[in-house]
Write a protein that binds this ligand. Structure first.
Ligand SMILES: Cc1cc2nc3c(=O)[nH]c(=O)nc-3n(C[C@H](O)[C@H](O)[C@H](O)COP(=O)(O)OP(=O)(O)OC[C@H]3O[C@@H](n4cnc5c(N)ncnc54)[C@H](O)[C@@H]3O)c2cc1C
Ligand code: FES
Length: 252
């Protein structure tokens, strides 16, 4: 645990895909898959990021360049410093015969499950071949691309039923675009399969105090980000609405 904000030096930068980089820190962290840290860039902002790499001496995060904060982080080099506090939030429940479905940078949250669960099946969905993450890290991963440029053509959800027939999974983990997670959730509900998903909402404090990340009464930073199927059944905004920085609720 990095109890108080700590400045950490970037030890390694990995180019993962177009506009996606990982940053590795030579610092131990006591964490469970699904948890996140708050990353601070002085004079810019502080934002949550899942821990995507982890061993006894190091940890890392993977960022997708989409806006001001991630663009600033994306350009940082080995030796530059960021502030970090955490890890925070709930974790995935670890159990055997499971499948993890990751979409886009949601793969960052799925990645640490691989070393914790024997024979975990990973399915990654991406728009196209150049957006795929961690191909060398997980050579057995099932790949789906929307345009068919690599692996199976279509969304991971198009192939779930066939995979279930073959492998009879007991658990499903998901992290990625909420529309994808909702489709996986509906499949699991209909088929009586345990389900956990990691939600993303705009955060400020990351520790359950400010209320910025509330989703139908649940604080994504403290009660989540990982929610079980039964908990998600009660979150009516799941797959439907999100809260903007301004506090306004908008359709997803
Ligand atoms: C628990 C948790 C864990 C997270 N883990 C990660 C992580 O591991 N890696 C990571 O990159 N981000 C992660 N995020 C999101 C991250 O905290 C930032 O909010 C996000 O990367 C955008 O920040 P920004 O300031 O650069 O862009 P913003 O100014 O917030 O957004 C710029 C524009 O990009 C859009 N946008 C935001 N995110 C995405 C996206 N994923 N795909 C497409 N468009 C998007 C916004 O709607 C907006 O239009 C996580 C969020 C949460 C709540
Ligand atoms: S970010 Fe403040 S309560 Fe969740």
């Amino acid at each position: 645990m990095i109890k108080e904000l700590k400045m950490l030096k970037i030890a390694k930068v990995i180019d993962e895909a177009a506009n996606v980089r990982s940053f590795i820190f030579n610092h131990p962290i006591d964490f469970e898959p699904g948890q996140f840290i708050m990353v601070w860039i002085p004079r810019v902002n502080e934002k949550p990021f899942t821990i995507s790499y982890h061993n006894k001496e190091q940890f890392g995060i993977t960022i997708f360049k989409v806006g001001d904060f991630t663009s600033g982080l994306y350009e940082m080099k080995v030796g530059d410093c960021i502030g970090a506090r955490g890890p925070y939030g709930s974790r995935f429940t670890l159990s055997g015969n499971s499948v993890a479905v990751g979409g886009g940078v949601g793969m960052a949250s799925i990645a640490p499950l691989d070393s914790k669960i024997e024979n975990l099946t990973i399915i990654q969905g991406a728009k196209t071949k150049s957006a795929l993450l961690y191909k060398e890290r997980f050579p057995k991963m099932i790949i789906c691309t929307d345009d068919g440029s690599e692996g199976l053509k279509g969304f991971p959800t198009d192939h779930l039923a066939d995979l279930f027939q073959e492998k009879k999974f007991d658990n499903v983990y998901a992290c990625g675009p909420e529309i994808m997670m909702k489709k996986v959730f509906d499949f699991c509900l209909a088929n009586g399969v345990n389900y956990e998903a990691s939600l993303e909402r705009f955060m400020k404090c990351g520790i359950g105090v400010c209320g910025q990340c509330v989703c139908d009464g649940s604080r994504v930073c403290k009660d989540g980000p990982v929610f079980s199927g039964p908990a998600l059944t009660k979150i009516k905004d799941f797959g439907n609405r999100k809260m903007l920085k301004s506090g306004k609720l908008v359709p997803l």
